[in-house]
Every structure is written in C-alpha cells, then in structure tokens.
Design a protein around this ligand. Structure first.
Ligand code: NAD
Length: 298
C-alpha cells in the first residue's frame, strides 16, 4: 500500500510546537506575534483563504490584523498602508493576498514589503537569499512541501526530481529549495517538449501546473513519490455537486507510487502552517530569541 503524506496531520503537529514556542516567550516579549493580511476586492476564494489564515493564527496565538480594501482603492494608498505596516511595532509579518485586481502593479507592491516581514517569501531580497542558500523567510507552499517530504524521511539528496510549473509562487522557489538540498532537479513548464517522458524518470514528481488531472499513471515511474500542488473545484455536469481535485489523477497513480499527497489534506494545510512559522520566525528575530524554527525553513 502506498504511503499518504498527510499534510493535515503534520500541520497540526507543527502548530502544537508553535503554540508552545509562543507561550514560552510571551513573558519576555510582552506581546504575541502579529500578522497583517491585506486583501483587495471581493475574490470569493481569497475570502476563504484569508479566513483560514485568521483561524490558524488564533489556534497558535498569533494576533492577526485583516485589512480588507475595496477594489476602488488606488495603488498609492495600498503602498501607503504597506509602508505603515512596515514600521508598525506590533506587526512581525505581512502578506498581500493574491490574486489582486489587474489594475494594481502586484510586483511593485510585493517589493515594497519590508523583507523582514515578508512572510510569503516573495520579496526579491528573500528570493535572492534562497538563490544563495542563506537563511531567510521561505515561500510557504514550497517550504511546506519540503517539510512534508522530510517528515517521512523521504530522501532528497541525489534523487531525480521533476517539478512541473515554474511560477514565482511555487515551481521556481521549490526547485531552488530542492537543489539546495542536493536533489537533481528538472524544472518543466507549459512549453516543455515530451513532458510525459521527462516525468517518467522522476524519483520525486511534483505537479504544480494548475491543470486538473493532468498527470495520470503514464507519467509516473513505479515506486516514485508524487506531490500534488494543484487544487481545483470541479462541478458536476448538472451543477448539483462540487468536489476538489488536484493536478494528479490520484485513483490512476495510487497503486504505482511509493508515496503521494492527497487533495485536500496534503500540500494545502502545510502552506498555511508555513505562514505561521515565518511569522513566528520574524517575531523571534525581532526579540533576539534563539530561533527554534530554522530547520523548518529549507
Ligand atoms: P501558475 O498558473 O502561476 O503557474 C503554472 C505553471 O505551470 C506555469 O509555470 C506553467 O508554465 C506550467 N504549466 C501550465 N500548464 C502546463 C502543462 N500542461 N504542462 C507543463 N507545465 C504547465 O500557478 P501556480 O500559482 O504555480 O499554482 C499552480 C497550482 O497550484 C494551481 O492549481 C494553484 O491553485 C495551486 N496552488 C496550491 C497551493 C496550495 O497551498 N495547495 C498553493 C499555491 C498554488
């Protein structure tokens, strides 16, 4: 039977540790870690993600500050808010909930975030540190995936790893993290020729293409580890039901693989947990506490 890489279970275990890390230092710091979330507009999925983040913060003892702005707001006003939060004493982490409406210059806003508070790890300075393999905040989804693999002692060093997708959010930072851990990484994308054949070589195959059920068993080597980053809500033909699926057709690959991540309950919960890790990492740094979290930031 193949091994389920249970992100939900691992995220709860890490959260228990985070809670203790906060409790044992709050007498010294006199305030909890603070996370600011900026949401612009009414994208319904963003609403759900922000709520989940708020709930996760309260589970471990992080204070969250939600700034929900109307999409009529100007770029300059968002920049002013970011500047204010950059220097706010009670805020250790800040993120811009993506996607934001097209009229905004997303990269410019991300660049404005103080790198020490950039809990999504998307600011150029933190990406630069990842390229140089120096400690810093790491992008949440890729870091969550690495922790999920490590939690089951899945070896990365020397393994052939194929990453499908080259986005700044997932594919690129993940490839760099795995490379830093001495994996032999191939990054693929929508213009890759012979994707199927390349994937068949992989000891670890990571699907982050954002295409429902793209990967069936013909892409997968016997005994491989498969990580499914994709998350899609599919509606039945009569529109009466919806269900979640990933980029991987799990029922087709499950008997062939050594280990797999489920959707939901795999990569998703780890992403939120890594946001908490980054926020507490920043709080520990601010109060010059010895960090207990570096091993979670690949
Ligand atoms: P994106 O659209 O920014 O990037 C997709 C990447 O996949 C691109 O680099 C593209 O070149 C590549 N691609 C697209 N079609 C392909 C194909 N047929 N073959 C090979 N490569 C292909 O998406 P993203 O932000 O990287 O997210 C990818 C998926 O992961 C989405 O489904 C997203 O919802 C999901 N996601 C999940 C989490 C989580 O926490 N579970 C977090 C982030 C993203």
């Amino acid at each position: 039977m193949s091994l389920k890489l249970d992100g939900k279970k691992l995220s709860l275990e890490i959260e228990e540790k985070l809670k203790k890390d906060i409790e044992s230092n709050i007498n010294l710091t006199k305030r909890p870690p603070g996370l600011a979330v900026i949401r612009i507009g009414e994208d319904p999925a963003s609403g759900v993600y922000v709520k989940n983040k708020e709930r996760a913060c309260s589970r471990v003892g992080i204070k969250s500050f939600i700034y929900h702005l109307k999409d009529t707001v100007e770029q300059k006003e968002v920049e002013q808010l970011i500047n204010k939060l950059n220097t706010a004493d009670d805020i250790d982490g800040m993120l811009l909930q993506l996607p934001i409406p097209m009229k905004f210059d997303e990269q410019r806003l991300i660049s404005k975030i103080n790198p020490d508070k950039d809990v999504d790890g998307l600011n150029e300075q933190n990406i630069g540190k990842l390229v140089k393999n120096e400690p810093a905040m790491r992008s949440c989804t890729p870091a969550g995936i690495v922790n999920l693999l490590r939690s089951q002692n899945i070896k990365i060093e020397g393994k052939k790893i194929v990453v499908i997708g080259r986005s700044l959010l997932v594919g690129k930072p993940l490839s760099l993290m795995l490379l830093n851990l001495n994996g032999t990484v191939t990054m693929t994308h929508s213009k890759t020729i012979n994707l199927n054949k390349i994937c068949q070589e992989a000891d670890i195959l990571i699907a982050a293409a954002g295409k429902p059920n793209l990967i069936d068993s013909s892409f997968v080597k016997e005994g491989a580890v498969i990580v499914d980053v994709g998350i899609h809500r599919l509606t039945s033909s009569d529109k009466s039901k919806t269900r979640l699926c990933g980029d991987v057709l799990l029922e087709d690959v499950i008997t062939k693989v050594f280990a797999y991540t489920p959707v939901p309950g795999g990569v998703g919960p780890m992403t939120v947990t890594m946001l908490l890790v980054n926020t507490i990492f920043s709080w520990q740094k601010k109060f010059v506490l010895s960090s207990t979290l570096e091993n979670l930031l690949p």
